[in-house]
Design a protein around this ligand. Structure first.
Ligand code: CU1
Length: 147
């Protein structure tokens, strides 16, 4: 009964707000690179699903990658805090509200996904996505725009 009313509520919501999930695919390599430096989210997306594929072979301890999104002014402070947080925290500060979205840290051959609502983004805002593995964020980064 609860499930049914939840489904009805979800149905009503998506009809009213015309929910739209927009998919983004990003690849990370053993050469410490993302395959994109620019992600544009269209204005009508209500939710974003980011799939990160590690197309390399190296293990997570040597060449781990994640996909982290912050406002651009927060990017370097969060990356530094992530390095301090260390491997047990997957190189991310715990419960840090500057982190808009992040995937888990993965190694070669793995894939991971994160979903977030675009209500967390401002249209025309300045956002940076990056890998928080120590040293990677100097090159594994790019801009994300919304709207
Ligand atoms: Cu990385």
């Amino acid at each position: 009964m609860l499930m049914l009313s939840m489904m009805l509520a979800l149905g009503a919501m998506s009809a009213a707000a015309s929910a739209k999930t927009c998919n983004v695919e990003v690849e990370g390599t053993d050469a410490m690179k993302f395959n994109t430096s620019q992600i544009a989210i269209a204005a009508d997306c209500t939710e974003v699903e980011v799939t990160l594929k590690h197309v390399g072979k190296l293990p997570v301890t040597a060449m781990g990658h994640n996909w982290v999104l912050t406002a651009t002014p927060d990017f370097q402070p969060v990356a530094s805090a992530g390095a301090s947080a260390g491997p047990s925290a997957a190189y991310l500060p715990k419960d840090d509200n500057r982190v808009i979205a992040h995937t888990k840290l993965i190694g070669g051959g793995e894939t991971t996904t994160v979903r977030f609502a675009t209500s967390k983004l401002k249209k025309g805002g300045d956002y940076t996505f990056f890998c928080s593995f120590p040293g990677h964020w100097a090159v594994m980064k790019g801009k994300l725009t919304f709207g």
